[in-house]
Every structure is written in C-alpha cells, then in structure tokens.
Design a protein around this ligand. Sequence first.
Ligand SMILES: [Zn+2]
Length: 411
Amino acid sequence: MQRAHKVALDPTNVQATGLARAAGCARFAYNWALARWNAQYQARLSDSSLPAPSQYALRRELNQVKRDEFPWMLESTKCAPQEAIIALGAAFGNFFAGRAARPSFKKKGASRESFRLSVGQFLVDGDRIRVPKVGWIRMREQLRWPGARPVSVTISRRAGRWFAAVQCEIPDNFIAPTVASDAGGAESSVGVDVGVRECVVSDGTRHQVPRHLRAAQRRLKRAQQALARKARGSRNRAEARAKVASLHARVADARSDWLHKMTTGLAEQHDRVVIEDLNVSGMTKNRHLALSIADASFGEFRRQLTYKTPAHGTMLVVADRWYPSSKLCSGCGAKTKRPLLLQMRTWTCESCGAVHDRDLNAARNLAAYDPAASSAVAACGELFASDDDALSLSRGLDEPGTEHHDELKLI
Ligand SMILES: [Zn+2]
C-alpha cells in the first residue's frame, strides 16, 4: 500500500534557489518534450516510416543535446527533467485512454512550480531530506511512518513555501507509530471481530448491522430473485434490472455510512486496532459467496481503517491469516482441540472452564495479538495451512443452508 505525507520544508536561501532552479528545469523539459512530441507526430503523418514519439526516445534525445543546447541544466539534478518527461509520457497515456485532456504547455507563473524524484534519487533521514545538487534540507516534521520505504517525492512551491510530498510504500502488516497519548494513560489496544450480523470490539462494544440496512438487503435479494425469473430481452426484465441496480446502490450507501461511523470511532478512540486478515480473494471463489456482498463489507471495512488510522496516529495491525483467534481461550491462552462449528455462538474452554462468547473471545485475542511473536508462525505457515481455522471457515462457508451461509448473504 502506498501513502503520501506532505511535509513543509525549511530550505536556506541558497537551497530555495536550487529548488526553484530544479523546478524550472522540469518545466522546461516538459515543454521541450511536448513540442518535440507534437513535431514528431506531425512528421509521422506524412512519413509513416518515422518512429512514433515516446518518452523513452525523448529522454535519450534530451541527454544527447542538453550539454550543448541547454548547459544551464547541468547545474540541477538530471532527475528532475527526466521525471518531467516520464510524466509527459503518462499524460499522453491518459489522453489516449480517454481519461484526460491532451497535455498542454506549462506556462511560467501559471502552473505550479514542482519537480519529482524517484526512489534512489533522494534520501530521507529523520527530519531531513536530501535532494541531489541542493543537499540536505530540513523538514518541519518527520515522516508519519518511520521505517516505511519512500518511493518518490514531489517537491513543490505554494504561496512562497516549499513542500515535499513523500510517497511511501507501507507493508500490509505495518504498525504505524502511535502518537504519544495526551493523557499519558495506558495504551489502548482493541481487536475487532467482523461478523455478519454485527462487529464485536474487544472492549465489549457491539455494532449491529442497522435494521434499515438489513431490510434493504432483503429487498435487494428478492429483487435479484425476481430478475432471475424474467425472460431475457423482455421489458419486464429491463425494469427488474433497473430495480436491482437502484437497490444495490442504496445498500452500498447504507453499508458505507454504517462502516464509516464505526471505523472513525475505532481510529479516534484507540491507540491500536487489530483486525483479521480474511482471505477475501479466496472467499470470492466460492460461488455462493461471490453472489453475496459480505466480502465487500469486509474489504470496505479494512480499506476505511487503513486510511483513517494514520490520521489519528493509531496503529492498524492485520493479524496473520493463520492466527487462530477464535480457537484460543482469551482467559488462559489454551487452544481448544474440539471443532468449533460456525453456528456455535458460545463454547467452554476445556483447560480453565471459561465460557466464551465466540465473537467477543476472538476480538479479545485479536486485541492481545503480537505481530512479532507470530512472524515465526508465518514462517512455518505450511503447518498451519492444514490446520483448523482456515479449513473450518471454508467448510462452513461451503455448506449452503447452514445458518452462517444464510447470514453471509445479508451484509
Ligand atoms: Zn481457558
């Protein structure tokens, strides 16, 4: 996953001049390459044996001529003009695909002063960033994700101030740093068990699927069945399809609203949120599940948490796929040996005798999940792949008519 953090810079006067010069080179190279592109395109109309314009060829061409024609470019990093021409190639790609207007010239003053550097062309170290031929520039703050790999940076000037938008590659299991709690209290870690009728948080909070959403889901299901009965090509079928589409949109909106309230609360109120890594892509291979929208809910839930948690300085931890959250006793830590069928809502630990609400117990185990301890588990995942949870989960999902299966169709 990639995320960008835009940080204000504190360049010295000399450095600011260097940044402006690099941005000038980028703009010049973009305009030069665009003019060349247009000329080569025109020339090719009358002589089709000429090569089509490309950003690769234009970058090579600029490298060959700049020493003689644009010697002032040598004062700045060669990366800025190169990246500008790559961006021109991408802009033409978007234009040809119908996603954007034809690239136009960047006017001095009218367009934003900026340039881009790719991985390997810059360095970030704590609260400073190194730009070639400009040097180490102080940043107003450190990157939000220490240890994450910066993959590109766009440096730009807005209202007289320079900014660096650093794009970082964040591993899926990445633990974002927690902002030191204002209250100085104990860190709060919660686990969330995402179910079909409700989401259960380890602190005991239960978020039920709202009634109006379930009602809309039932109407959608009926409309889908009605659509399946209509003759192909008939006007009735077209009407039924329009009804399904409108109900589908209503369900998606209601579900999104409900999930937004929940994910915002989780991101705001806790230092660490642990969720499961459900194998959503594997689940959609199941014919019945592909028809349901349960997987869409989980994907949306995870997506919202992923982008909301960094903004609140909250860690999002995705538990290892083979972490047996539902089979561990959250009281004594023992793992139950008995099969835990999905319709069993409570179970008793054979070691300590504790009676567990299945979902709350799973949420509590997630809250206590330790990613460092489980990396050993991931390393020998083969062992666990043939084990319980994953199999019992898919087995349960494969059986149409079970309570769980019917429930899954609801969300
Ligand atoms: Zn126990």
